[in-house]
Design a protein around this ligand. Structure first.
Ligand code: ADP
Ligand code: MG
Length: 435
């Protein structure tokens, strides 16, 4: 164990769930729920893990605590790799690293008084003295804003916010060094959230805890975290000090998340960046940068001059062609019925125009060469040659964002971020340093 090692260091952690098929449970694929994340939490520090639902936050939490076995990677706690721990070592580790869950109701056994629930870890870890357990629990209940007299009451007598206070007391009872809190306020009324957050902050400071604070909500993370890791589809795309992340987000995904936070001050209100398309499945993540299928700033191909919005729209068309296809015959039928003519007599240009409209592509791209490629592809599509249209667009309009996965690297602003836009500014300035 080294004294200057971070409290928790996660290195290239992966958790893949097998997808099986049939009675023989043949493995046909993997859900790459967590796909190689690295970060550290220092003593007394709160690190946030944010991202949309399904990006792998809870899986990261349970894997790094070994509540389920990681597929790969290392988890160092005070410098020692817990992935090799035997049962006795794991038991000791579990005293020092506690978890708090989102749903305060299911966290408690309704038949146990809250005093018994909070004291349970003490009993499990061998404290026999009943009076001493009771004193510890009474003290903790007061520290989390309840009263010692609540000790013999039952979970149903408390509100959601109060239950989350009790869950915090139970997490603290073994004097842990690390708390992993998975969406601890997401199930609570907004009016209660701030109270619980400020309690967690006070407790974290008072006990000198390291905390990993998980939320899908950046505005919550802002209140309580020293540093924030932003996750997308199983990967960390940006990691920075909280102030820096909010002042100067480096990754387009972070910018999109930030822009969607409601802003009470109308003078500071920007327009929300709308992310197109659905979140892709972690069993078949996009090539290159996983965010490229939705990124508003996806890089256009070198050889053409695209307006950014038009390029995003063309990429959406390409994405649709690659996934589900575009049914030109259905478009033809639709136009025919709208215009009262037979499908055969609908001109190809009319179908092309419908497709452009569907994808928000301008009637004519500003770059004449790009426009000629696009109209050729739309012509193929309108005539039912989908795969040729797809191939032509893929060949002519290839972007680095789909071919190459960007590395997580240090940006000139002092964040780490994985984005080709960041790589470009990086390559002309200082070389990357590690912390
Ligand atoms: P988050 O907490 O960010 O909402 P999760 O970690 O719960 O995300 O889930 C990440 C991805 O892993 C999701 O696509 C989810 O469906 C999948 N997943 C989670 N648990 C399992 C499991 N036990 N088996 C298969 N897939 C899972
Ligand atoms: Mg979750």
């Amino acid at each position: 164990m080294s004294a200057d090692a971070p409290l928790l260091e996660v290195r290239n952690l992966k958790k893949h769930y097998p997808i099986t098929e049939g009675v023989l449970k043949r493995q046909v694929g993997n859900v790459r729920a967590v796909d190689g994340i690295s970060f550290a939490v220092d003593r007394g520090e709160t690190v946030g893990l944010v991202g949309e639902s399904g990006c792998g936050k809870s899986t990261a939490a349970t894997s790094l605590l070994r509540l389920e076995e990681p597929t790969d990677g290392e988890v160092l706690f005070e410098g020692r790799d817990i992935t090799g721990y035997d049962d006795a070592e794991l038991k000791r580790f579990r005293r020092e690293a506690q978890m708090i869950f989102q749903d305060p109701t299911s966290s408690f056994d309704p038949r146990m008084s809250i005093g018994e629930s909070v004291a349970e870890p003490l009993t499990v870890h061998g404290m026999r003295d009943r009076e001493r357990r009771r004193r510890i629990v009474e003290d903790l209940l007061e520290r989390v804003g309840l009263s010692a007299g609540d000790i013999d009451r039952y979970p149903h007598e408390f509100s959601g916010g109060q239950k989350q206070r009790i869950a915090l007391a139970r997490a603290l009872v073994l004097n842990p060094k690390l708390i992993v809190a998975d969406e601890p306020v997401s199930a609570l009324d907004v009016s209660i959230q701030a109270e619980i957050l400020s309690l967690m902050k006070d407790v974290q400071e008072e006990f000198g805890l390291g905390m990993l604070f998980i939320s899908h909500d950046l505005s919550v993370v802002r209140e309580i975290c020293d540093r924030v890791a932003v996750m997308y589809l199983g990967e960390i795309v940006e990691f920075a000090r909280t102030g820096d992340l909010f002042e100067n987000p480096q990754h387009p995904y972070t910018r999109a998340l930030l822009s969607s936070i409601p802003q009470p001050d109308p003078t500071k209100r920007g327009s929300a960046i709308e992310l197109t398309g659905d979140v892709p499945s972690p069993s078949n993540p996009p090539s290159g940068c996983r965010f490229h299928t939705r990124c508003p700033e996806v890089i256009p191909p070198d050889d053409y001059e695209f307006e950014q919005e038009a390029w995003r729209s063309v990429m959406d068309l390409r994405g649709r062609l690659a996934r589900d296809g575009v049914d030109a015959a259905a478009v033809r039928e639709f136009v025919a019925s709208e215009t009262d003519q037979s499908p055969e007599s609908v001109p190809t240009e009319r179908i092309e125009r419908e497709v452009r409209r569907e994808f928000d592509i301008p009637d004519s791209l500003s770059d004449a060469r790009a426009e000629s490629v696009l109209s050729e592809a739309l012509g193929l599509l309108a005539n039912g040659d989908q795969s040729e249209a797809r191939a032509l667009l893929a060949e002519e309009f290839e972007t680095v964002c789909e071919t190459t996965a960007p590395e997580l690297r240090r940006t000139p602003a002092g964040h780490t971020a994985s984005c080709h836009l960041v790589d470009e500014t990086q390559s002309v300035s200082t070389p990357s340093t590690s912390d």
